[in-house]
Ligand binder design. Structure first.
Ligand code: C5P
Length: 218
C-alpha cells in the first residue's frame, strides 16, 4: 500500500503552512514544509558565497545540503536557522534558487523520502504537480495578494518588526510572478486539485473545509 499523501500548494501567505501543520497534527502524520528546504538552500548558498543565479553551483550545494528538521526547528549544519529563513530576504533568495531545474532535481528525492507511514502532509508550490503527482488528495490554497500582504504585515508588526504594506504587496506580487512564470514546476493547481480561496476565510474555516475533503477521500 502506498503511503497516503495530502498535498497543499499555493502562493506565499495563503496560510498553507499553518493548515499543513494543523492537519498533520490532527492526523498524526508527518509534515513537509518544502518552502523551508528552498529557504535553507538560499541561505546556505549565500553563506558559501555562491551566486544564487548560478544553477550548477547552487545544485551542488543542494545535493548535500546539511539540513535537519527536529521538533519543529530547522537546522543548517546543526545551527538553528528557523528564524533566519523566515525573513522577506530569505523568501526572495528561496524563489531565486527555486527557478533552476538542476536545483529542483537535487531536492526531489529528499522530499519524496519524507513520505513514510502513517502518512504525509506536504506543502509548497509543486507538491501535487511534480513531487507527489499520485497523491489522493490535493488542495490548492489561494487568496488575493492584498489580503496575503496584509496578513504578513500584521504578523511582522505583531513581532515588533518594521513593515511597509505597499512594499509587502509589491514583494508578494514579484514572488508570485517568479513562481508562476518559471519554466520548471511553475506554481499552478494540479488538474485534480480542490481549489480553496481563503481570501475571506479564517484559518479555522479553511481547516474545516480541508478536513471535509480528508473525510471524503480517506
Ligand atoms: O513557501 P515559502 O514561502 O516558504 O517558499 C519560499 C519560496 O520557495 C517560494 O517563493 C518558491 O519560490 C520556493 N518554493 C518552490 N517550491 C516549493 C516550495 C517553495 O519553488 N515546493
Amino acid at each position: 500500500m502506498p503511503v497516503p499523501v495530502i498535498t497543499i500548494d499555493g502562493p506565499s501567505g495563503t496560510g498553507k503552512g499553518t493548515i499543513a501543520e494543523l492537519l498533520s497534527d490532527r492526523l498524526g502524520w508527518r509534515c513537509l514544509d518544502s518552502g523551508a528546504l528552498y529557504r535553507v538552500l538560499g541561505l546556505a548558498a549565500e553563506r558559501r558565497g555562491v551566486s544564487l543565479d548560478d544553477a550548477d553551483a547552487v545544485a551542488e550545494v543542494a545535493a548535500d545540503l546539511p539540513v535537519d528538521f527536529v521538533s519543529g526547528r530547522v537546522l543548517l549544519d546543526g545551527e538553528d536557522v528557523s528564524e533566519a529563513i523566515r525573513t522577506e530576504q530569505a523568501g526572495m533568495a528561496a524563489s531565486r534558487v527555486a527557478v533552476h531545474p538542476p536545483v529542483r532535481d537535487a531536492l526531489l528525492q529528499r522530499q519524496r523520502a519524507m513520505a513514510c507511514p502513517p502518512g504525509l502532509v506536504a506543502d509548497g508550490r509543486d507538491m501535487g504537480t511534480v513531487v507527489f503527482p499520485l497523491a489522493p488528495l490535493k488542495i490548492f490554497l489561494d487568496a488575493s495578494a492584498e489580503v496575503r500582504a496584509d496578513r504578513r504585515y500584521k504578523q511582522l508588526k505583531g513581532k515588533g518588526l518594521d513593515a511597509n504594506l505597499p512594499d509587502l504587496v509589491e514583494d508578494i506580487r514579484a514572488r508570485d510572478a517568479r513562481d508562476r512564470g518559471r519554466s520548471v514546476a511553475p506554481l499552478c493547481a494540479a488538474d485534480d486539485a480542490v481549489i480553496v480561496d481563503s481570501t475571506v476565510m479564517s484559518i479555522e474555516a479553511v481547516l474545516d473545509r480541508v478536513l471535509k475533503e480528508v473525510r471524503r477521500v480517506f
